[in-house]
Design a protein around this ligand. Sequence first.
Ligand code: 5GP
Ligand code: ZN
Length: 136
Amino acid sequence: MDNCIFCKIANHEIPGKIIYEDDICMAFLDLSQTTDGHTLVIPKNHYAHILEVDSQTLAHMMEVVQKVALQLQNQLHAKGFNIITNMNEVAGQTVHHFHIHIIPRYDQHDGFEAHYLDRSQDANLDDIYQKITGLK
Ligand code: 5GP
Ligand code: ZN
């Protein structure tokens, strides 16, 4: 896709620090390096986000995520990972070419914070469940 920075990296039109590559996908270092080894896995074809990508490509990408995470664990001694994808601006997506972040974790104050608000006292679980499952 024209003007897509990740298509350009996938096509080797602009450089990237590539850790893994095959015919379907590629893993390269995220410029921001939230923590050391912060890596993105992208499909070579352009899909805007996770709901657009076909299931075969997605399954293959998750295998690559696992491989790269193992490599980061071995080489950088990461103690854990946050593996996330952001979909659309509302969720913080800034590059609209599907990608999976692999964020190695070294300790709980290493620069990345996943903060989930606890709404268990206020949320109506029954109501939400019924809406999702079509019972309401
Ligand atoms: P998003 O916010 O869309 O989930 O994540 C996009 C990520 O792409 C950001 O973490 C950002 O640092 C990274 N990024 C943006 N442009 C480039 C680039 O040209 N090269 C690399 N390696 N990473 C990029
Ligand atoms: Zn693209």
